[in-house]
Design a protein around this ligand. Structure first.
Ligand code: TTP
Ligand code: MN
Ligand code: MN
Ligand code: MN
Length: 360
């Protein structure tokens, strides 16, 4: 038994954007459990619960050592009654009974499988489950009408559920750069998302595209997509996109964006038993005007929780509104211009946190 005086105590900010969260996680047994419950809540459209579990998981990720005793958690923020119960279960029994029963549940398994299809969200999956569809086989034989993206997602299901490696992300980056160079000289491509935070694998590859001359980026996305589509005969090509190339974006933000699937030629060493010489990879492309570029880079680098916490900090602590386009100061009633992420953190009164420490 370890006495209370011997256990390490932690002092941690309640805002993830005030913490340095690297990929070096000392409590993955706890964060895996909390993340699974967060995911389950999100899959069931229980957003409040999802955020609560995400915040608890993010707090545990930020702790500098492994937690071995509940007494170490005293006074820590972000840990609600439910999260504490899950943590206690894992510390005492090695696993959380709630996590184990969730993992085994027919509904959770079906939601995971169905939302694993590109273009299928929690609402569609729920509707299918209510119609008795629990897996891909049942979906294929159900006569459900699938849109183009979903058809493509089903066709490339295994590829798209296999993690993307950094090497593959770099290869995709070269293709995107080539496409962008071909349609508008001087355009710039920046890697965002998890790979910018130093992750070694991802579920997709995220890129932000801009041009140093304001306005030149208008209409760039459809041109880039057309170029990629024209490469159908070459070894690397573009397969399908979810949002039409030039369609106005959803309510998330107003950038031209394209959630797409690329066909990436495999290196010799990666060729599989199936002798397929290419694999499908999810790629997100976003175009931003140069005046908004710093905000877009910050907004698309993530993690999702880090972004959420930045916006919460801005609103609650600074009376400012932060988006992937701009920062508005409600007190001064004006937009604050920035050309770097460092400037945005400074406006927010936050110590600069580099991408590799935004893995909340
Ligand atoms: P994701 O690509 O979903 O996540 P990720 O790159 O952190 O992790 P993964 O390895 O699983 O791909 O999103 C990256 C960032 O993009 C995320 O922090 C928030 C932002 N984002 C938006 O701003 N709008 C959107 O519609 C989406 C999907 C993401
Ligand atoms: Mn460490
Ligand atoms: Mn990503
Ligand atoms: Mn993405």
């Amino acid at each position: 038994q370890i006495s209370e005086a011997e256990v390490a105590l932690f002092s941690v900010s309640s805002y993830a954007c005030q913490r340095r969260t690297t990929l070096d996680n000392h409590n993955s047994n706890l964060t895996d459990a909390l993340s699974l419950l967060a995911e389950n809540a999100e899959l069931n459209n229980e957003d409040g619960r999802g955020v609560a579990f995400r915040r608890a998981a993010a707090l545990m990720k930020a702790l500098p050592t492994q937690v071995i005793s509940m007494s170490q958690l005293r006074g820590l923020p972000c840990l609600g009654e439910h999260s504490l119960r899950v943590i206690k279960d894992v510390l005492e029994n090695g696993v959380s009974s709630e996590v184990e029963s969730t993992k085994q549940s027919k509904r959770y398994k079906a939601l995971k499988i169905l939302t694993g299809i590109f273009g299928v969200g929690a609402k569609t999956a729920d509707r299918w489950i209510r119609e008795g569809i629990y897996n891909l086989e049942q979906l294929r034989h159900s006569g459900q009408t699938l849109n183009r993206a979903q058809k493509s997602g089903l066709e490339h299901y295994d590829d798209l559920n296999e993690p993307v490696t950094k090497a593959e992300a770099d290869a995709i980056g070269e293709i995107v750069q080539k496409a962008v160079d071909s349609v508008l000289t001087g355009s710039q491509v920046a890697l965002t998302g998890g790979f910018r935070r130093g992750k070694l694998t991802g579920h997709d590859v995220d890129f932000l595209i801009t041009h140093p001359e304001e306005g030149k980026e208008v209409g760039l996305m459809p041109k880039v997509v057309a170029w990629l589509e024209s490469q159908k005969t070459t070894r690397n090509s573009y397969l399908e996109s979810k949002d039409g190339p030039a369609r106005p974006a959803s309510n998330m933000d107003r950038f031209e964006r394209c959630f797409s699937i690329f066909k990436l030629t495999k290196g010799k060493e990666q060729e599989t038993a199936s002798h397929k010489i290419w694999r499908a990879v999810r790629v997100d492309l976003v175009v931003s005007p140069i005046s908004q570029f710093a905000f877009a880079v910050l907004g698309w680098t993530g993690s999702k929780l880090f972004e959420r916490e930045l916006r919460r900090w801005a609103g609650h602590e600074k009376n400012m509104s932060l988006s992937s386009h701009a920062l508005f100061d409600n007190t001064q009633n004006k937009y604050l211009r920035a050309t770097s992420e460092e400037e945005i953190f400074a406006y927010l009164g936050l110590e600069y946190i580099p991408p590799s420490e935004r893995n909340a």
